[in-house]
Design a protein around this ligand. Structure first.
Ligand SMILES: *Cc1c(COP(=O)(O)O)cnc(C)c1O
Length: 527
């Protein structure tokens, strides 16, 4: 690329409107925009070509020091240098979710058309709050909401895109609260403390936190026991409902999970839906993780019963392989969304002058005002790949998790906890010769050594007091051999820790891994 870009440098001659025009994206800067983005895209593409591990395993102190070193109050260094600096600083030290040895959290590798769409929507900077700022984007978002509602089995339902499952859960439970309060006589402040939220023990933390944010009573959240596989027990739910009824409490909602974050299991949606229907209780289904099954050719039946929900959370930035952020809340009855509607004269006045029909403002359905046009990413993804291909990718990660589980079940070095309906695997290094307490202590140490090395990333969690390592497999491009290589690293690290030295640095590397990084040392495990 040529060096002749007169990109803004902060000097005096840029302190006029012409200077602003080169800094801002517009007709005058269109060529520079294209050149700059080409350079950035080439640099990122090169990273993808050459990345050999999920991270380079830098230590916290040096990352922090690198960031602190940058002077933010100097004159601008120009766009090209700024972006090159970002490439070195950020991209050079990022976590790579497309790498097959990244198996930790629910952040997914992303599909190419969505990333391209992201570039488009960032440049145009649409905000889908009011129709007069978004025009066709409003209809595109609405069409995708309709499409998702159809897939769930809520024809005639409605909803809105949100920033994530946390936000979707909050909004769903807010709507449930409002519905419950509408059904009660007397003042809100007297009825609010009577409301109870029944939630599965393995539900996402954002459900309980929503109760706090919604001003519910301290003991408003009633946790319903789950069975040994981690699924909510409908008999326990029925008991709790009866107990609360007898106490004169009001159940404002039952929140269940279609794909728990740790075990990837789906609560019994059908039986729970029947209990809710009998009592007229709002059913919220958190399908942040399991939503991808809506497209699965072989596993859609696992979501049977979801069509009875009053509200559903779906994270497209998990099992639809979308870039962060992209999520939605879907509701059975669109009228419920109006509970959050608020009218501002400057934005979305209640009555249009001259009796005109009100414009279709998405802000009327959302808890946000300015809001990204994230729907464009899902739109281009569906148009590019088609829903069946996406569903097949979901099946691939579920199949992979099942294969890995089977492998671990037969391996004397490991124990494995249950089976996921989705794509998580809970396991630990536990050869018969070592006591359980020792295996407990190894879990965080193994995770830490691997994390520090950058060569593989696994998560850890605790189920009923026992620590487990966790794989969240969201990469349909990963093979069983890739994951076996991660397991071999776990094994070698566990043995090394048992022997008092860290063998991870000399273990056979995964096919795609780099030369061993020397940060995983024996000292590291004592920290
Ligand atoms: C990830 C997750 C959430 C939170 O979603 P964010 O997009 O991270 O806000 C909620 N519920 C479940 C079951 C999840 O797995």
């Amino acid at each position: 690329m040529s060096d002749l870009l007169p990109l803004p440098s902060g000097t005096e001659d840029t302190a006029n409107s012409a200077g602003a025009r080169t800094a801002l994206l517009g007709g005058a800067s269109a060529d520079e925009y294209a050149a700059l983005l080409h350079e950035v895209v080439d640099a990122v593409a090169d990273r993808f070509r050459t990345v050999t591990s999920p991270s380079v395993g830098p230590d916290r102190q040096s990352l922090r020091a690198m960031v602190e070193e940058v002077e933010l109050d100097t004159a601008g260094i120009g766009s090209r240098d700024a972006l090159r600096e970002a490439d070195r600083l950020y991209a050079g030290h990022a976590v790579w979710f497309h790498h097959p040895a990244y198996t930790a959290h629910l952040n997914c590798p992303v599909v190419v058309p969505a990333v391209a769409a992201e570039t488009m929507l960032a440049a145009i900077n649409t905000s889908v709050d009011t129709y007069d700022q978004s025009l066709v984007a409003t209809y595109m978002e609405r069409r995708l909401i309709d499409w998702t509602a159809q897939r769930i089995g809520l024809p005639g339902g409605d909803g809105v895109f949100t920033s994530g499952g946390t936000q979707s859960n909050l909004q769903g439970l807010f709507l449930a609260r409002e519905r419950a309060l509408r059904g009660l006589d007397g003042p809100r402040r007297e009825n609010l403390p009577r409301l109870r939220l029944l939630a599965g023990a393995a539900g996402h933390f954002s459900v309980a936190r929503s109760a706090l944010l919604l001003g519910l009573d301290e003991d408003a959240v009633v946790t319903v026991a789950d069975d040994e596989d981690g699924r909510l027990d409908p008999a326990a739910l029925e008991q709790e409902m009866a107990r609360l009824d007898a106490a004169g409490d009001v159940v404002m909602a039952v929140s269940v999970t279609a794909g728990t974050t740790d075990r990837g299991v789906i609560d019994p949606l059908g039986p729970v839906a029947r209990l809710c229907a009998e009592r007229g209780v709002w059913l919220h289904v958190d399908a942040a993780y399991g939503g991808g099954l809506l497209l699965s050719p072989s596993r859609r039946h696992l979501l049977a019963g979801i069509e009875h929900a009053d509200s559903v959370t779906v994270d497209f930035h998990k099992t639809f392989f979308q870039p962060v952020s992209s999520s939605a809340l879907l509701v059975r009855d669109g009228a419920d969304l109006a509970a959050a509607a608020w009218h501002a004269d400057y934005l979305n006045p209640a009555a249009e002058a001259g009796g005109e029909e009100a414009e279709p403002n998405q802000v009327d359905k959302s808890l946000q005002t300015t809001r990204r046009f994230d729907a464009l990413k899902l739109w281009t993804t569906l148009r590019s790949l088609g829903p069946d291909r996406l569903g097949t990718m979901v099946d691939q990660v579920c199949d992979l998790a099942a294969e890995v589980t089977t492998l671990l079940e037969c391996d004397p070095d490991f124990t494995v906890l249950g089976r996921s309906d989705l794509s998580t695997v809970l396991f630990r290094f536990h050869p018969a010769a070592i006591p359980a307490a020792r295996a407990d202590r190894l879990v965080p140490l193994i995770r830490r050594v691997l994390f520090d090395s950058g060569r593989a990333m696994v998560a850890r969690t605790t189920i009923d007091g026992t620590p487990w390592l966790k794989l969240t497999l969201l990469n349909p491009g990963a093979t069983l051999a890739d994951i076996t290589a991660v397991l071999d690293l776990v094994r070698a690290t566990g043995r090394g820790l048992l022997a008092g030295v860290d063998l991870a640095a000399s273990a056979p590397a995964p096919a795609t891994a780099p030369e061993p990084v020397a940060t995983a040392d024996a000292a590291g495990v004592q920290r």
